[in-house]
Design a protein around this ligand. Sequence first.
Ligand code: SF4
Ligand code: SF4
Length: 172
Amino acid sequence: MANDGEYCFNHCNGYCCTKYTVLITTEDIKRILENTPLKPTQFLTLYYVNEEILKLFPKITLASEDIVLGLRQRPDGSCIFYLKELGLCGIHLYKPMVCRTYPFTLNDKGQLIRLENICPGEWYPKNIEDLKDQIRQAWYEMEINKKKIEMWNKKNSDLGFNDLIKFILKDI
Ligand code: SF4
Ligand code: SF4
């Protein structure tokens, strides 16, 4: 569900929040833990890597297994934060960057483009410049994510989940 949630609220029942697995970065996790009372196990889960995932996210070696981190899902596949009755995101202010920017990205000319046509209409957010800033921020945080995970994998790959969370909360 996009950051400018008005269109999503009025025209969609949170399709992307119910159909997709949401993988997240170290910086998304840090932001949620620093700004909410949530414990990591309440919203995070581990996913095993495959080729598709590795095109977008670096693998984390945790207790000698290769994984990525993502949001937990309910048994029906919906995101743990999705408020079905209201059609809203329960963590709107701190939602992962991928949710803030989806389904948009920037082309090499810096123009806003749609990644895929899964929304019920061809909409654009009201504040396009704000969305462009969010996309650039998301890319920046992907780079920090990559660096942090490289550091973790080099030194700590035999350690476990709690150590990983402590590491994620540090600034590099
Ligand atoms: S599928 Fe599109 S319109 Fe529906 S919630 Fe997701 S971003 Fe919003
Ligand atoms: S965090 Fe919010 S916007 Fe992202 S998938 Fe979950 S409910 Fe949807």
